[in-house]
Every structure is written in structure tokens, then in C-alpha cells.
Design a protein around this ligand. Structure first.
Ligand code: DC
Length: 224
């Protein structure tokens, strides 16, 4: 039997990736965190495509896209992102990347560059992909679509604790500001904006634990 294709979209820090990872393990699916791909391109740009003031030079980035080779490798169940064969899994979580990723992700050139590889990965089925435009643009025919949301204060708390656990210094107000700013850019951009697909199941997990959110998703997958 062909394994399903599952799309999980939603706001920043609603737990999309960590929840998708657990569901993937449980159902024997591949998990692709598409946000990590946009973060990988942003890290590349910060290293290689900046102007004198240190900000990203988009024209330079567009002409360098073909030099970017992003690959996930499996390390004991953990997917590690490599950029041109170098592990960048820690670098892509830094504040520097978080502050610049939405600008990079709103560019058509960047989205086109990442689109086909995401679709290719889903061709054989058996995948759960999380992001912002998976149910609407990348995989409009996914069998199951979920859209996760939660209050800004709850999401701030989660991201703040995540950063601390990664050993990254953080200021809670700054984290909140970054989330609001990113959601605004992601929702208002012209190409593939963050939007709930018409046929997505919405889950507000402000007052749900990670386990309860996973159970809510699984209940839909297993009852259909
Ligand atoms: O899920 P995340 O916070 O790691 O995503 C980082 C950024 O990448 C987010 O601000 C929006 C962008 N993104 C996107 O535009 N489309 C996706 N499918 C996934 C992420």
C-alpha cells in the first residue's frame, strides 16, 4: 500500500517540525523540515553574498544559487542539514539566520530553486513535510493537510526555551518581536504566502501539549 503524503503548515514555533518528526517515526515516513532549507540558503547568503554593510545582497545570492547543495543526512534518526558537505544544523538556528530568513524566503528565485526538489521527494509518497506553503503550493494534492496555530505568547515561550536548550543566548522580547515580524512577512509576501489550505484541518495548540497535538493529528489520519 502506498504510504501517505502529509502536509503540515502553520505559524512559527507551533511545533510543526518536532511534531512531524514524531509522526514520521510512528508511521514510518520520511520527514522534511522545509524551513531548514530556507534557513540553509540564508546561512549561505550571510557567508557568501553580503554587501559592505553586512546585509544580504539579493542579486549576488540569485547568481550564486547553483553553488548551493543542501542535503539532509540521517544521524541516528536525527536529520542533519549539510550545505556543500558541511554540517550547518546549529548555524541555521542562530538569531542572525532567524532575522534574515523571511527576506530570503519571500524571493521568487529562492522559492523556485527549492520547489522542485521538495516535490521530487514526495513523488513516491511516504513523507511528512512541514513548512508554510506545503498544502497550498508544494503538495496541493497531499492526502492529509494540517494547519497549526497558537497564541503569540505561547509560541514566544516555546522558541525562547528551544534557543536556550540549543545554548543560544536569547532575549524573550526579542524572540517575540522576531516571530511577529516573520509571520507578517511570511503571510503578506506575494509568492506562496503562509496561508491555510481550504482543505486543511486547523489545530490551535495553545493549550495542547506536544503529545496531545500529535494525537489530534493521528486521530484524523487513522480514522480516514
Ligand atoms: O519553520 P522555520 O521557522 O524554520 O522557517 C523559517 C522561515 O522559512 C520562515 O520564516 C518562513 C520560511 N519558510 C517558507 O517560506 N516556506 C516554507 N515551506 C518553510 C519555511
Amino acid at each position: 500500500m502506498k504510504k501517505p503524503v502529509i502536509a503540515i503548515d502553520g505559524y512559527s514555533s507551533t511545533g510543526k517540525s518536532s511534531i512531524s518528526k514524531v509522526i514520521a517515526d510512528k508511521l514510518g515516513l520520511i520527514h522534511l523540515d522545509t524551513g531548514a532549507l530556507y534557513r540553509g540558503v540564508t546561512w549561505f547568503a550571510l557567508q557568501n553574498c553580503t554587501n559592505e554593510s553586512g546585509s544580504i545582497d539579493l542579486a549576488k545570492l540569485f547568481s550564486s544559487l547553483e553553488q548551493i547543495d543542501l542535503e539532509f543526512k540521517n544521524n541516528k534518526g536525527e536529520l542533519i542539514l549539510f550545505l556543500n558537505h558541511i554540517d550547518i544544523s546549529k548555524q541555521i538556528r542562530t538569531n542572525e539566520v532567524s532575522d534574515n530568513v523571511s527576506l530570503v524566503a519571500k524571493q521568487k528565485e529562492v522559492r523556485d530553486f527549492l520547489l522542485q526538489s521538495q516535490r521530487n521527494l514526495a513523488e513516491k509518497g511516504g513523507i511528512i513535510m512541514d513548512g508554510r506553503d506545503i498544502g497550498t503550493v508544494v503538495l496541493p494534492n497531499a492526502e492529509f493537510k494540517f494547519f497549526l496555530t497558537a497564541s503569540i505568547d505561547e509560541r514566544t515561550k516555546r522558541r525562547y526555551l528551544e534557543l536556550l536548550s540549543l545554548g543560544i543566548e536569547a532575549d524573550e522580547q526579542q524572540v517575540k518581536h522576531n516571530l511577529i515580524e516573520r509571520d507578517k512577512i511570511d503571510s503578506e509576501r506575494e509568492i506562496a504566502p503562509l496561508r491555510q489550505a481550504d482543505d486543511a484541518i486547523v489545530i490551535d495548540n495553545t493549550n495542547l501539549t506536544k503529545r496531545e497535538t500529535i494525537d489530534a493529528i493521528l486521530s484524523h489520519i487513522q480514522t480516514i
